[in-house]
Design a protein around this ligand. Sequence first.
Ligand SMILES: Cc1cc2nc3c(=O)[nH]c(=O)nc-3n(C[C@H](O)[C@H](O)[C@H](O)COP(=O)(O)OP(=O)(O)OC[C@H]3O[C@@H](n4cnc5c(N)ncnc54)[C@H](O)[C@@H]3O)c2cc1C
Length: 500
Amino acid sequence: MSETLPSSAEVVVVGGGNAALCAALAAAEHGASVLVLERAPENEAGGNSRFTAGAFRSVYDGVDDLRALMPDLTDEEVANSDFGAYRQEKFFDDMGRVTEYRTDPDLCEVLVKRSKETLLWMRDKGVRFAPIWGRQAYKIGGRFKFWGGLTIEASGGGPGLVEALTKIARKDGVVIAYGARTLSLIADDDGVKGVRVKHNGRTVEVKAKAVVLAAGGFQANAEMRTRYLGPLWELAKVRGTRFNTGDGIRMALDIGAMPTGNWSGAHAVGWDRNAPEFGDLTVGDNFQKHSYPLGIMINALGERFVDEGADFRNYTYAKYGRVILMQPGQFAWQVFDRKVIPMLRDEYRIKQVTKARADTLEELAGKLVDVDAGRALETIRAYNKAVMTEVPFDPNVKDGRGTRGLTIPKSNWANTIDEPPFEAYAVTCGITFTFGGLKIDTGARVIDVEGAPIPGLFAAGELVGGIFYFNYPGGTGLMNGAVFGRIAGASAGRRAAESR
Ligand SMILES: Cc1cc2nc3c(=O)[nH]c(=O)nc-3n(C[C@H](O)[C@H](O)[C@H](O)COP(=O)(O)OP(=O)(O)OC[C@H]3O[C@@H](n4cnc5c(N)ncnc54)[C@H](O)[C@@H]3O)c2cc1C
């Protein structure tokens, strides 16, 4: 991109992640001139989307749908896998259940019903997908069995996704400006007319017929986190980009947009206790520690504090970050023994990991930094006694192998912790994205405080409120950004075309 920004574009897209780039592609389909304003410099561009593993939660009715999306799937791979199906009803159920039935029904319907066609649209544009062999399937009797409704990832993960979308956008004539921080919207009674942008140290105006906001949530803004999520949230680590500081939300509220959704809620996970303050692209999402359903978690008091096996990790990981943040010292240790160590996800084997290893439980308890060792030992022993060893262990289903008689039960996948070596991993809270944001309608039009659409303003992705509450089914963030990014871009592109 040249040193100066154009003074106008028919459609301006604010943000440079998955939602923004999908919006840009859709707007370009309507023949609009499209300018993407990405706050980050090019080497850090792509937002949270680039930090992901690229997992997409989409409806599929069986292997034929997957073959349509992933034509590279071989007959042998299909024969060796039990992909099952993830039907609309199940996606609806999952969204309802994890959000405690608060998800906006209209937006949720669009998300679910347009998931599959949106992935096919992306594939037609040139994005490639693959099954998530590594993380979402266990090999049983020589066959991969997929579980938890999450089967598809973008090839090359988040970096591959952003690279592909960027390449396609450029090929389609979209102009991408990096280091271009949008400061505010230019608007009057007739709607949005453009944006003010800080680029190369200068504040300039770019006129537009339509603006799509896709600038992420406010998770990287410690002040907003504390203001909206509550005390202690300033102490959370940010899993992804440092650039999502709530700008898009703020600039829309400034012109009268309606805030909606779970403003005190966020997606937050167990994250290495010594990870840096913001995400590190060389490590990506590997600071996360998602194998806790196979073990137990112990806090500074030496006690368990949550049902680690309440559900598949896909349905608990996004809310357990908050639970860890609320523990004394904002940390916990995840504890495993020899039986499950080989099953731990790859992220446990990176070198930037806070880990203790021992051959006896006494030794391990002593190595759990900042923990009451005596109490930790008692907790592990009491847990071991409570495990229903008569129920077979099966990580592919909710096996009902729980505990008996503990104040805090473990409901599934309870294995005794009694075979050396023992390993423990220290985690704190890593925030992924915030749930509260702007109100949009099913056409991705931003709604104002009177309930009317703001002419010329569209939004998609993390900064939209009303879709996620309390919790989140894994892989829905990218799907949400793609579905509504595409709709927002198409709406913006149509508006530009109509006013030509
Ligand atoms: C470590 C990690 C792993 C994850 N794994 C998955 C996964 O596997 N599957 C899944 O579905 N979700 C995952 N998520 C969640 C997912 O990343 C988000 O839900 C999704 O990427 C949001 O897309 P977005 O386009 O709305 O935001 P982003 O991709 O964050 O894009 C926002 C963009 O806005 C830009 N921006 C911010 N302010 C301004 C401004 N003032 N002007 C211009 N630009 C601005 C930012 O630089 C950024 O490029 C993960 C998140 C993290 C952090």
